[in-house]
Write a protein that binds this ligand. Structure first.
Ligand code: HEM
Length: 488
């Protein structure tokens, strides 16, 4: 009996080992190099699982490990992915050969029809994505975002008022900048999308503000990156916090129901995104169902707060740590009234977006694709990946890449960096980010108002070396407490 049990266990172990490694080596045999040895079941994501590396650190390490190669194979769990290192190849996949890579697939386990893991436009695939993107894009355009300027002015004035109040409460004028910037981004986003706000700058501990902040939960996002898709699906975990999702889904459904009762003229006058989408969806309800609208709005809220909030906070940190630069920027924003004339401010936003780069981009192969100059064909369903953050910190493209140096984006150099793909914080091609304009506007207005009213300085609690937190998008370890001293 004992022998049978041992044999049974040994067979089970062998079977598991086979299942957890059976995909390893196949692409290497076809000529795609694999420079990181995969771990059974977890593939090359093991350092994330153990916490040894943060997602950004792993991406940078992987990029270095592939130096000199155009591509390689990596394993996300047991799933093989084509890792792209060469800029020309990346541009080809993202733009010229886009019809071979229509779907985003940043997490393959998420399903465009699921209730739990749906990101609306981001999750939408094929024709459904194309139609939904075409419909939403005009609301996110420069023209539309310009109409929003008076709204963001109001939100930024509320920010200055509250920051001044908080600074007065502390004898050294120290303010929890991260908290108040998050509140600012929340109010900007809800105003931009719905034309109302929850007053999160002044009430950061309200149920709405807490729920919006909690929408993005690190560990939920990390899970599908550290385990095979089938295990992730089996666990049934949702990518966003279910409580927050429930609250904002209910709000979005309510707004949608109210908007449906309006006439076309009333929808036009309302000027918010729900009215806009209803008006432009007429007759195409089956292409873009309510579900897609609701989840797109949720994703917008999350992006607007998590991504842009991190950028705003880190921007103020850089100003505190670079006092001479801050004075030059202060001069520009005080002397000029139109943000479009503020060259140095524009360069500053470019540089912050470079340093806090989006970690990585994925595409799913939707039509077989042969790697140029090879006979290796990528099949439908296989994912490709590259790291935006690593490219934007490559010393071959950027002198002293870790240094905060906005003037690297002055004049012709900016054109060269953006045209060649060395700079792509928002991705490139038809699937690129829709939040570019609104994200930049919210950031710029924050910087203008803060620099006009305060001198930003490090406090006793500020880390002198920049240390990014392993969690969040561009978040600083230990938060960000700075001195905001009112300027005379
Ligand atoms: C300012 C900080 C932000 C950065 C750095 C950023 C970056 C990105 C990147 C790199 C992508 C992937 C693009 C690709 O796959 O090629 C993306 C996708 C997307 N972003 Fe953003 N984003 C930001 C803010 C926002 C905001 C505020 C919104 C909405 C209000 C937004 C909406 C979207 C959408 C809808 C997509 C998916 C587009 C598609 O699948 O067609 N983003 N973003």
């Amino acid at each position: 009996m004992f022998v049978e049990i041992i044999l049974g266990l040994a067979s089970l172990c062998l079977y598991c080992y086979y299942m957890f490694t059976r995909t390893f080596g196949k692409w290497e045999a076809k000529g795609i190099p694999c420079v990181e040895k995969p771990v059974p079941l977890f593939g090359n994501q093991w350092p994330l699982m153990t916490g040894e590396l943060s997602p950004t650190q792993l991406a940078l390490k992987r990029y270095d490990a592939h130096k000199g190669l155009k591509y390689g194979v990596i394993y996300m769990g047991t799933e093989p992915l084509l890792y792209l290192r060469d800029l020309d190849l990346i541009k080809q996949v993202m733009t010229v050969d886009h019809d071979h890579f229509v779907d985003a697939g940043f997490i393959i386990g998420i399903n465009e029809f699921s209730e739990a893991n749906n990101f609306g436009l981001v999750t939408a695939r094929g024709e459904r994505w194309r139609k939904a993107k075409a419909m939403v894009t005009p609301y996110m355009s420069i023209k539309s975002v310009k109409k929003f300027v008076p709204h963001v002015e109001k939100v930024s004035d509320a920010f200055v008022e509250e920051a001044a109040r908080l600074a007065r409460l502390n004898k050294d004028n120290v303010v929890d900048v991260e908290k108040i910037v998050d509140g600012y981004m929340m109010d900007c986003m809800t105003r931009f999308l719905f034309r109302f706000e929850f007053g999160s700058i002044k009430k950061p501990d309200s149920n709405y503000a807490k729920a919006m902040k909690a929408l993005y939960d690190d560990w939920r996002f990390l899970l599908p990156f550290v385990m095979p898709t089938w295990v992730y699906e089996l666990l049934g975990v949702s990518l966003t916090n279910p409580k927050s999702t429930g609250l904002f889904t209910a709000i979005a459904k309510d707004l949608l129901a109210k908007a449906k009762k309006k006439t076309d003229k009333e929808l036009e006058e309302a000027d918010d995104i729900v009215s806009f989408l209803l008006l432009h969806r007429k007759g195409r309800e089956s292409d873009i169902p309510d579900r897609v609208i609701i989840y797109t709005l949720l994703q917008f809220l999350m992006d607007g707060v998590e991504s842009v909030g991190g950028l705003g906070t880190v921007g103020l940190y850089f100003f505190a740590m670079n006092p001479e630069f801050q004075e030059r920027l202060h001069k520009e924003v005080s002397e000029k009234s139109n943000p479009e004339d503020m060259q140095l401010l524009d360069e500053t936003c470019f540089e912050i977006l470079r340093l806090i780069g989006f970690i990585e981009t994925h595409r799913i192969c939707t039509k077989p694709w042969t790697i140029p100059d090879t006979d290796i064909t990528i099949p439908v369903g296989m994912r490709v990946q590259f790291s935006n953050a690593s490219i934007m910190r490559d010393p071959e493209f950027y002198h002293e890449p870790e240094k905060f140096d906005p003037e690297r984006f002055a004049d012709h150099r900016r054109q060269q960096l953006t045209a060649t793909g060395m700079y792509m914080p928002f991705g490139m091609g038809p699937r690129q980010c829709l939040g570019n304009q609104i994200g930049r506007l919210n950031m710029k207005m924050l910087f203008i108002k803060v620099l006009r009213h305060f001198r930003v300085e490090p406090s006793a609690k500020t880390n002198r070396e920049i240390v990014f937190s392993a969690s969040g998008f561009g978040r600083l370890e230990g938060g960000c407490k700075l001195k905001l001293t009112p300027r005379k």
